[in-house]
Structure formats: structure tokens, C-alpha cells
Ligand binder design. Structure first.
Ligand code: ADP
Length: 811
């Protein structure tokens, strides 16, 4: 027997020594480990090369780099080094087989490695327990191992069998101690203990302790499983503390316990709150849980918060509807200028509501650019109906729980926005404005749109369930109004439920009237000013509209008026002024430089410069297009952030110019000999869309022929290769921009003639319209008539109205 020879050979001898860190090698155990320290590498190499054993002895503290005798445990194991491999990382991995338990007598720090004088001790001393006792310990250990294995994931089946069938104490000890992930200290103790009986008893103690700890961990884990949400870290920790406290037998201090009287008061409130049957039952149940519970306890707080929130909800409180439609109309008129269509639709809806007695299924969606009064119309509807008003902002809502709340098990749980709004309203029939419903988006936390659908669907909203409230709540009496800047991003099923009312952008005149009739009086009052103290002249109002703001609505306009009021307040207080007048001539003193000067429209006819019309998010704008022709090789350069569609329009324009070359005296080989540069000023603003087709062609023909383009003409229209003019969108906004810029003639596609109904009356009155069917119609109207050509030569009839030029001060 090799082991026996080793014992004899190694008695009181010196061996190369490797101090190990948190590593115990038992006799008879084969294992590998990495050796890091140079001295240790040398020790194992020497042992391997010389065929001696190496003494493996654990350090008491793994962090000590150069241990001395005191830093090492006394008991270690002599081992045979069977293999040393250098790992790719540069460390040495060696395979050892534990041979003999030994005690460290002396440690020498040799030239290359540690050496240890050791005395061997028997691997297993003489057994003190009798067979029956040993048998009992073995049986108990096997049983405990099964419990341990159940809590330990991925325990290999062979180990079960090995342990279960271990025939004697030593096999059982070795199967268990060699294979389980035990703590270092435990292993060292197991190695130090001398008899099998003692070793098995110690193992039993260790396993029993581990089983207890793991069971506790699992219990805690299960308890807090639900609260693993990231935002619930605090709750997680509290739960752990609570679970540990309970385990230690510590209870929360028994002060401030809910007493009978307090509970009775709460029950009284429940009875009075006009709750649904379900709600009453649920609250009573929750309150009964509070009995005897410390008020400061976690659970107590959660329950109390829940009960209070449910009681705050308006279960049966409601406001009386205003039944007088005439009065409603008066209020709507009072609050907002214009908006004829909107007001009519609202009054119709109110009438239906009165006839049917419920707002069910009538969901208005106010759709339009920012600042056109969507939110404030919502408020006005509340005033007109005599209902309470609440606004729920949906911009940026990504998570379903924003709408529907968090389950109340979370410490920071709250109801969702809908229920919070109901609490805020205090009545169960408010006007609820769901602002920016188009800005809701989906992410991994669920789909808020489908929760919203439940809120708005009359079939489902009679029993809306918030995750926090956990009770059916009737939302059917709520008058929902939604607002949106764009319809494309609203989930189609949601859009289906709503009746879309468009609030288009305002014309210059509308803005002026809104400022005079609403914004200025409102801001004066807000700033404590009387009309006599601050006068903003009409031309100053126009200056605000034209030179300080460029917007579809009136939000910035209102902000600038507020700025004027603030300045006035200060001047009155600081300089003792009695009366301040803001005029166009002194407005820069108040607001600084004008931001937007004119629209960049040329004041004289030029060749290669055409006024196009574009439609942007802030309304219509004049988009001048310049073309320059130079000698070259037929290159086309496009600048000014023109999009792909515009680039294609440019190519069509070149082909059309070639086909019309003869007619306009253009050199037919220009596309080979000339370079063209097409540019749309304000280069930083991206521009795209097909409606610049006619503009591009006109500019090109003008530049190539040298025939000037009328500076008072603007145009819009898509063009085909055959020169046909196709219809475009945004006519109202585009013509408005043309009018503002002092243009007198607008060329539009013939097919858009029907859309003239949408165009503002002021614009229609002041403007000549040319309805173009082909590019020829456009060129005839836009190019300056060559001298000597009579009007009747022109292919269409240009009916000239006496043009009322839009001067900025005459409206
Ligand atoms: P939106 O919700 O469409 O972005 P707001 O409701 O916030 O616009 O409107 C901005 C401001 O302009 C509000 O103070 C609003 O009262 C005012 N306003 C907008 N349109 C009108 C109007 N037609 N008459 C009176 N005030 C208006």
C-alpha cells in the first residue's frame, strides 16, 4: 500500500511547503488548484521533479502574502504532485493527491521556497464510538444530506448514490466532505478532527446549519420575489430585515397599535363614503387586518395608505350638469376667439349628452399644432358644462402602470394617472383632458395604449380596474377629451374610439384678434395691470406676430405679451411711470432685436429666383429657390438641405427645360455645357416633398433663358415629366404665408381649386389665383412677359383683381 510506505517515509521529515489560501486538501482526495506565488511554484516543481511529497498547509488569513509560522494552521496534508500545467494565463495548475495528514513543527524560509518540518499523524485515529452510534450518525447524516441536496440546485445524481450507498464511515465522510461546497473553516476543522465518528458528527452539524440557512434564504427569497422590481430596492431590503427580525424572534415595537376606536372611526368613514358593495367589503376586510397591528409597521402603512386612497376616490360625489345650452354657448364664446367649427361640434355633443343623460362614447379628440388652444378649450368645456376639470398629461408615458397603477404590495405604490386624476377632480363626472395622447409610446413594460383603450371604451370603463385600487370603478360618467399634435402616432383602435376635431393653425388676423381680445387682457390681469397702464398698439401686436414669433398657434405670442407686462410692472414700480405704450417703433427696447425679419422675398424681378411655397410644422412659409447657370459640363449641384424627392424634382425640371428649350431661346445643349446650381436659402432647414416641382422648373427655365420671374408671384405644385401640374396639400397655410409676404399672385394646381373654401377670406380677397394645369400655365403667369407680347397672346386668362396689398399695419 502506497499510503503506508509514504507514512513511514515521511515521518518527521522536511518537505517543500506550499501555504494555501482557503484551500484544504484531505488525505485521499485528488484535486487540482492554481499556484500563484513564485515560491509555491518552485516548491511544487521541486516535489514533482524529485518525487517527494509536498506539504500543503492553509494560511489562517488568505490575504497574507509572505506568511510566517504563526500565519499558518498547524494541521496540513502531505500530497503527491501528479501533474503541473502552465495555463494560458501564465499561472500553474497542479494536480495533487492528498496522502498523509501531518502537523507543522517548524517552517523554514528556504532559498527558493518554504520548507516545513512536519510530523505525520494518522489520517483517521482509533474510533471512539461503538458501531451502533456510528451507524446512527451515518444514517442521520445521509438524511440531512437529502434535505441539503433538495435546497441545493444542480446536485449530481451520482453523488446522491455515492453518499446513499456509502458502506462505512470513511467512505461516507470522504464522499461528503470531498464533494460539497463547504466553507474553508469547516473543512479545516474536519481535517483537524481525528476520528471518523467525530468527523461525521461535525459534518452533520455543518449540514444541518447549512440546511437551516438555505431554507431561511429561500423563505426570504420567496417573500420578496414579488418585489424584485428595481425601483423597489428599499422594499426588498426592508423585507429582508423584517424576515430576519422575525427569525430572531424580534417583533416591531408594540407602540401605536391600531385600537378599536380608531378602527371604528375608519369603518365609519367607509360606511359614509358611498362606496360600491365590492369596495365596502374589501375595505372592511383590509381594516380588520389592521387590528392589533403597529401603525408604524410596514404592512400597517401599506394598508392604511390603501384605505385612505380608496376613500379619497369620488365614488358617488358628482356635480350637477349645466343644462342650459345657451349658457354653454356663451361661455365657449367668452373663452375663445373664432373656432367656429370646434364650438359647434362641442355644443352638439353637449346636446346629445343632455338627451341621453350620459357622455358615454362621445370622446372628442382635439387635433392640431401646439398653441392653438386645445388644452384651454378643454378647460372651457368644463366651465360650459359646469363639471370639474382635470388634466392628465400623457406625454412620454411608456409604462402601462402609469395608466393603471402599481400593485399595492409595493411600498411606493400609487394608483395610476387616471385614478389619481379622479381623486384630484373630487367628483365622478369631471371633464378629463387626456393631453398629448399621441405622445404615448410602448416599451417592454407594457402597452399603455391598450390600458387607455379600456379607459375610453364605454363597454369596459364602467368597471375600470386600477392595479393599486383593485376595485371596479365606474368611469362612464367622465367626459373624456383628448388632444393630439399628430394622428399618425395614435394607436388605430384608440383613434377609432374618438371623434377628431381639427384645430387648424391661426391666420395672422386670427392671432391679432386673439391677442387683442384674450391674451392681452388675460396677461394684464395676471400682472396686476390696468388697461390704462400698459397699452400695446396694433402695430406692436403685428410686430409680435410677424417679427418675434413664427408659430402655428399663439403660445409664444402670449409669452411675449407676458414679457411686456413684466417689463411694464418693473418700470411702473422702479421708475414711477404711470403709463407705458409699446409701439412697433419702440418694441425692441422691451424685447430686444426682432427675430424674424421679412420672408426673404425679393423686391424686384430677377432671373433664376422664384418664390416657392412650403408647408412646415409652424405653418406655411415662403421658400425662395435660386438657380445659377455656369459654364461647365452638365453637373447639377443642389444645396440647402434638399431631400430626396426634391432632388428628383430637379431632374424632372432639367428634362422639362430641355423640352421647352427652343420656345424660350435656351441653348438645347445646355445640359452638356452648363453646370447648374440649385439652392434653397436657410440651408439648415431640411426641405422635402414634391410640391416644389413647378418652382424648380420655373427657376431653371428663367435662369437658362435669362427671362426674369415676377417677384410678386409665388407658386406651389407637383410636376410630371410631361409638364402636368399635380395637386398639393396645405393650401390654406401656404396662401397665408404668401399673403403675409406681400405676394399678390399665387399659382396653384388647378385640381386644388376646390380647396379654396379652406383659404382664409382675407387672403382670398387680397390675392389673385392662377389655376395651372400644365407647366406652361405656370411659366406664362410667372415669367415677366417679353416686351411686345400682348395679354391676349397668353394661353390663359389672368383675371386681375384690384389687389389690396397686405401692408403690415393696415389690418
Ligand atoms: P395647445 O393645448 O393647443 O397647445 P393651449 O391651450 O396651451 O394650446 O393654448 C395656448 C394659449 O393660447 C392659451 O393661453 C390659450 O388660452 C390661448 N389661446 C389659444 N387659442 C385661443 C383662442 N382661439 N382664443 C383665445 N385664446 C386662445
Amino acid at each position: 500500500m502506497a499510503a503506508m510506505t509514504d507514512i513511514k517515509e515521511t515521518k518527521n521529515k522536511i518537505y517543500p511547503c506550499v501555504p494555501t489560501r482557503e484551500l484544504v486538501v484531505f488525505p485521499n482526495m485528488v484535486m487540482h488548484f492554481d499556484v500563484g506565488r513564485n515560491t509555491s511554484v518552485k516548491a511544487v516543481k521541486t516535489a514533482m521533479n524529485t518525487g517527494t511529497l509536498v506539504f500543503l498547509v492553509p494560511q489562517k488569513d488568505a490575504n497574507v502574502e509572505r506568511p510566517t509560522r504563526q500565519d499558518l494552521c498547524t494541521v496540513g496534508t502531505l500530497a503527491r504532485v501528479k501533474q503541473i500545467i502552465k495555463t494560458p494565463g501564465g499561472a500553474y495548475r497542479c494536480l495533487v493527491e492528498g496522502k498523509q495528514k501531518a502537523k507543522l513543527v517548524e517552517l523554514y524560509s528556504g532559498e527558493h521556497y518554504y520548507e516545513a518540518l512536519v510530523r505525520n499523524v494518522p489520517n483517521y485515529s482509533k474510533e471512539k464510538l461503538d458501531d451502533a452510534e456510528l451507524g446512527a450518525v451515518m444514517r442521520e447524516l445521509k438524511k440531512t444530506f437529502v434535505e441539503y441536496a433538495e435546497l441545493m440546485p444542480r446536485m449530481p445524481q451520482e453523488l446522491y448514490t455515492q453518499i446513499d450507498t456509502a458502506p462505512d464511515g470513511i467512505s461516507l465522510f470522504e464522499a461528503t466532505a470531498f464533494n460539497l461546497m463547504l466553507q474553508f473553516r469547516d473543512k479545516q476543522i474536519l481535517n483537524e478532527i481525528s476520528t471518523v465518528g467525530e468527523k461525521l458528527t461535525m459534518l452533520l452539524t455543518i449540514l444541518t446549519r447549512e440546511v437551516k440557512i438555505m431554507a431561511l434564504e429561500q423563505k426570504i427569497h420567496e417573500r420578496v420575489q414579488e418585489a424584485m422590481d428595481e425601483s423597489q430596492r428599499e422594499y426588498y431590503i426592508r423585507e429582508q430585515i423584517k424576515a430576519l427580525q422575525e427569525e430572531l424572534g424580534e417583533k416591531a415595537p408594540l407602540t401605536e397599535i391600531y385600537d378599536k376606536q380608531e378602527l371604528a372611526e375608519l369603518l365609519g368613514k367607509v360606511a359614509e363614503a358611498g362606496l360600491s358593495g365590492e369596495a365596502q367589503e374589501k375595505l372592511s376586510k383590509e381594516l380588520s387586518k389592521l387590528k392589533g397591528m403597529p401603525a408604524s409597521s410596514q404592512e400597517g402603512q401599506v394598508i392604511r395608505n390603501y384605505v385612505d386612497t380608496v376613500l379619497e376616490l369620488p365614488w358617488s360625489r358628482r356635480s350637477e350638469d349645466n343644462k342650459d345650452l345657451k349658457l354653454a354657448e356663451k361661455i365657449l364664446e367668452e373663452d375663445h376667439y373664432g373656432m367656429k367649427r370646434v364650438k359647434e361640434r362641442i355644443l352638439e355633443n353637449l346636446a346629445v349628452m343632455q338627451m341621453t343623460g350620459t357622455p358615454k362614447g362621445q370622446i372628442i379628440c382635439l387635433y392640431g399644432p401646439p398653441g392653438v388652444g386645445k388644452t384651454s378649450v378643454g378647460k372651457s368645456i368644463a366651465r360650459a358644462t359646469g363639471r370639474k376639470y382635470v388634466r392628465v398629461s400623457l406625454g412620454g408615458v411608456k409604462d402601462e402602470s402609469d395608466i393603471r397603477g402599481h400593485r399595492k404590495t409595493y411600498v411606493a405604490s400609487m394608483p395610476g394617472r387616471i385614478m389619481t386624476a379622479m381623486i384630484q377632480a373630487g367628483t365622478n363626472n369631471p371633464v378629463m383632458l387626456l393631453d398629448e395622447i399621441d405622445k404615448m409610446s410602448n416599451d417592454f413594460r407594457g402597452d399603455p395604449a391598450s390600458a387607455m383603450l379600456e379607459v375610453l371604451d364605454p363597454e369596459q370603463n364602467v368597471a375600470f380596474r386600477d392595479h393599486f385600487i383593485e376595485l371596479a370603478y365606474d368611469l362612464s360618467e367622465v367626459l373624456f377629451i383628448t388632444t393630439a399634435n399628430s394622428l399618425d402616432t395614435i394607436a388605430p383602435p384608440l383613434l377609432d374610439r374618438m371623434e377628431v376635431i381639427e384645430l387648424p393653425s391661426y391666420t395672422r388676423e386670427e392671432k391679432f384678434n386673439i391677442a387683442k381680445l384674450h391674451l392681452i387682457p388675460k396677461q394684464l390681469e395676471k400682472h396686476g395691470l390696468k388697461a390704462s397702464q400698459l397699452k400695446i398698439t396694433d402695430d406692436a401686436v403685428y410686430a409680435l406676430i410677424d417679427s418675434y414669433t413664427r408659430e402655428a398657434g399663439v403660445r409664444k405670442l402670449e409669452r411675449h405679451i407676458a414679457a411686456l407686462c413684466r417689463k411694464a410692472d418693473r418700470q411702473i414700480l422702479e421708475d414711477g411711470k404711470k403709463r407705458i405704450t409699446v409701439k412697433n417703433s419702440n418694441i425692441t427696447d422691451f424685447l430686444g432685436h426682432k427675430k424674424y425679419l421679412d420672408d426673404g422675398v425679393s423686391k424686384k424681378d430677377e432671373a433664376g429666383l422664384v418664390n416657392g411655397l412650403a408647408w412646415t410644422s409652424v405653418g406655411g412659409v415662403i421658400m425662395p429657390l435660386e438657380v445659377l447657370v455656369m459654364d461647365g459640363k452638365g453637373k447639377i449641384e443642389l444645396t440647402g438641405s434638399l431631400g430626396e424627392v426634391m432632388k428628383e424634382s430637379a431632374k424632372i425640371a432639367v428634362s422639362l427645360a430641355r423640352s421647352l428649350a427652343a420656345k424660350y431661346g435656351i441653348d438645347p445643349s445646355f445640359y452638356e455645357k452648363k453646370d447648374l446650381h440649385i439652392h434653397a436659402p436657410e440651408g439648415a432647414v431640411p426641405k422635402d416633398g414634391p410640391s416644389a416641382g413647378v418652382t424648380m422648373t420655373t427657376a431653371l427655365i428663367s435662369a437658362l433663358s435669362g427671362i426674369k420671374v415676377r417677384h410678386d408671384v409665388a407658386m406651389t405644385g407637383e410636376i410630371t415629366l410631361r409638364g402636368k401640374v399635380l395637386p398639393i396639400g396645405g393650401l390654406r397655410e401656404k396662401t397665408m404665408a404668401a399673403y403675409k409676404a406681400g405676394i399678390t399672385t399665387v399659382i396653384i394646381p388647378k385640381e386644388n381649386k376646390g380647396d379654396l373654401d379652406d383659404v382664409d377670406d382675407t387672403v382670398k380677397l387680397a390675392m389673385n389665383f392662377v389655376f395651372a394645369e400644365t407647366i406652361q400655365d405656370v411659366l406664362d403667369a410667372a415669367l415677366v412677359t417679353p416686351k411686345g407680347r400682348r395679354k391676349s397672346d397668353m394661353p390663359f386668362e389672368l383675371v386681375k383683381k384690384p389687389v389690396k396689398r397686405a401692408r403690415k399695419s393696415d389690418i
